[in-house]
Write a protein that binds this ligand. Structure first.
Ligand code: APR
Ligand code: PHB
Length: 386
């Protein structure tokens, strides 16, 4: 088989890149390890930056998102019994859109008419450092090969693309956080119209949503915890302890329809290109979910790579793809910083001293009382320019 761009991974990165290229008549094949249903069963974050909304529109996949997505012009932040609002549109003139990543992925799959191969295994990226790269893989036990011009490694943190780049070339940077997030999805109305990020002396909590009848809640938990340790009642009781009293009072609880624990890490691979292999999204970087930046940073990678490949095929120049790694990493590191900062502000760390706690509270007080601090947070939260 031959194609122009072989895309490893059928998550949001691979599908969005594939759809954008397909719309420009550039031939792609997506190779996905799992089934479509398995990919769509993953519950992930739900806040889209305007840049991703625009890319979905450009990909011709924005209709349901515009119908069902919820525009948010600000967010709430609480600590102790205090709660204040950071207004996005006042400081940036841009909102964010609340719309589940699962729905983004579903819309991209529904639109995809180019070739997607599911249930692949033994994927190998070969000769990426030559002008004739190819990908080998098995499907239904039969060995296959795709010859291509370029390979887009969109196969997430546990994929094969990143490790295709030789250790002599690759540099990795990592920070692992000493806690996890226990997340619950419930068919209950959200406690508030806006998201609530809560710093309490018992740890972090987050109140989010998917639609007016579907809520998403998280509490910071120990890495030693397992889902089995948390009954629904225990979860709701703990969430209420971490919210301001009026919000705890207003919380509508119900049976969890999904419950999972996610570890938190910051991670970056440099470079994001090796020869004709380009890394996109979680394959290249991971952020703690505090700032809702995982999907949105995958989107900015896709934007840069799509523009570079489009320029290569349409104008015959390589400036865009040659600049890809440096351009993408410049934004990735700013997002890593924001996600680290917001995580440091909102969580309780096991090794925090009394001094550290006072510094954290002073930072929250400064954010609550200072317009410039709120503007800086809003600029990062709604999404730095591409
Ligand atoms: N071969 C083929 N497909 C693979 C392989 C492989 N060796 N390894 C992983 N995959 C697939 C996974 O099954 C998954 O569907 O690649 C896809 C990668 O998707 P994601 O992990 O969702 O990564 P990405 O598309 O970059 O999206 C980033 O997803 O994980 C969240 O928080 C993250 O919101 C962010 C977003
Ligand atoms: C979510 O709705 O899942 C969500 C929202 C905001 C975050 C993280 C997760 O910062």
């Amino acid at each position: 088989m031959k194609t122009q761009v072989a895309i490893i991974g059928g998550g949001p990165s691979g599908l969005l890149l594939g759809q954008l290229l397909h719309k420009r008549g550039i031939d792609t094949v997506v190779l996905e390890r799992k089934t479509r249903d398995y990919v769509l069963s993953r519950i992930r974050a739900g806040v889209l930056e305007q840049g991703l909304v625009d890319l979905m529109e450009e990909a011709g996949c924005g209709d349901r998102m515009q119908r069902e997505g919820i525009r948010h012009d600000g967010t709430l932040i609480s600590y102790g019994d205090q709660m204040f609002r950071v207004d996005f549109t006042e400081h940036t003139s841009r909102p964010v859109m609340v719309y589940g990543q699962t729905e983004v992925t579903r819309d991209l799959y529904d639109a995809r008419t180019a070739k997607t191969v599911f249930n692949v295994d033994q994927v190998r990226i070969c000769d990426a450092d030559t002008d004739a790269p190819y990908v080998t893989y098995n499907v239904d036990g039969a060995p296959q090969r795709i010859d291509c011009d370029f390979v887009a490694g969109c196969d997430g943190f546990h994929g094969v693309s990143r490790n295709t780049i030789p250790l002599s070339v690759r540099r990795e940077y990592e920070k692992v956080y000493p806690f996890g997030w226990l997340g619950v999805l419930s068919e209950t109305p959200p406690v508030n119209e806006e998201l609530i990020y809560a710093n309490s002396d018992r740890g972090f909590a987050l109140c989010s949503m998917r639609n007016p009848q579907l809520s998403r809640y998280y509490i910071q938990c120990s890495l030693a915890d397992s889902v089995a340790d948390w009954t629904d009642d225990a979860f709701w009781a703990e969430l209420k302890r971490r919210l301001p009293p009026d919000q705890a009072q207003a919380l509508v609880t119900g049976p969890s329809i999904e419950k999972s624990i996610a570890p938190l890490r910051s991670f970056v691979t440099e470079p994001m290109r090796w020869g004709r292999l380009f890394l996109c999204g979680d394959a290249a970087h991971i952020v703690p979910p505090t700032g809702a930046k995982g999907l949105n940073t995958a989107a900015s990678d896709v934007h840069y790579l799509y523009q570079g490949l489009r320029q290569y095929y349409e104008d015959g120049v390589t400036d865009g793809i040659d600049a890809y790694s440096e351009q993408a990493l410049a934004r990735v590191w700013k997002v890593e910083r924001f996600s680290w900062w917001f995580s440091s502000l909102m969580h309780r760390y096991p090794d925090q001293s009394e001094f550290d706690l006072r510094i954290q509270r002073a930072e929250l007080e400064f954010l609550r009382s200072n317009a410039a601090a709120q503007a800086a947070m809003a600029q990062n939260y709604v999404g730095l320019p591409y």
